[in-house]
Write a protein that binds this ligand. Sequence first.
Ligand SMILES: C[S@@+](CC[C@H](N)C(=O)[O-])C[C@H]1O[C@@H](n2cnc3c(N)ncnc32)[C@H](O)[C@@H]1O
Length: 196
Amino acid sequence: MIWRAQDGLRARVGGPWTREKLDYVGRYAAAFMKAMHPKRRAGIWSELVYIDPLAGPGLGIARDRSAEFDGSPLRALNITPAFDRLFFSDLDARNIEALRQRIRPDQHRRVNLRVGDCNAVIRNFMSTLTHKTLGLAFVDPEGFEVKFGVFEALARRRMDVLLLFPSGIGIARNLRAFARQTHSPMDDLWGRTRVA
Ligand SMILES: C[S@@+](CC[C@H](N)C(=O)[O-])C[C@H]1O[C@@H](n2cnc3c(N)ncnc32)[C@H](O)[C@@H]1O
């Protein structure tokens, strides 16, 4: 669900679990940068990057409208020590436009924003990374939008990957239907089709 936030731009409506998820991602990203920044200074890594291929509009709103909170891209941008480059994409151009407007002018030079399907855009992001790049990717689908190829692309470089696995929202609700299909969205996520 999308509502309008106080800044006049679109924002995702989220429950307490959304904020809890984002808090974990933010804490992981901060620990990642704290641990890897000295290795970047030592030249072991030439750059440290963050990839968020399903980035959303940048802001969330509590269902009871009691609070607005930063989404994953804005949290990653505000981590210190800072990521060298951040890659954000979303299928919905309105989300990318809202996110673009929410990024501070002094942060834009570090950011690569793209409208598009994460399953295609990811290859473009990865093609710009050298072998001395270390990355953190946050893959945060609503259901089964992400196919296994995204992980194959991410694996071309040294990359920590945090995946929101759609166990409740996607699998529990759809498992019976998926089991009757010769090829289901779950097969696309796993990267292989069942043989029996
Ligand atoms: C769960 S939300 C991400 C929320 C975000 N992490 C945050 O903190 O606000 C998933 C986003 O993926 C986008 N999306 C859906 N299918 C996509 C696809 N195939 N490629 C890229 N983005 C997609 C949706 O428009 C939505 O904004």
